[in-house]
Design a protein around this ligand. Sequence first.
Ligand SMILES: [Zn+2]
Length: 74
Amino acid sequence: MDLWIQPCARCADLYGKTSAEPPHHDLALEGIVPLRATKREEHYICSQCGAVFVRILGGTPSQQIWMLLNAGQH
Ligand SMILES: [Zn+2]
């Protein structure tokens, strides 16, 4: 994956939102990582900017967010 990409507008918008938010249409599902019976991570890559996202589903509500793994925090 590319490190420190510049996120496109849709990715910048999605970053930090809750997992209840659906993926935007440039995000492709790369894989699902089961963590526990009630918790999993979905990994996505953006075809526009190359952003790598993890969407956490399950667990405590404060953990259920969209995390952007390869962009600087500005
Ligand atoms: Zn993007």
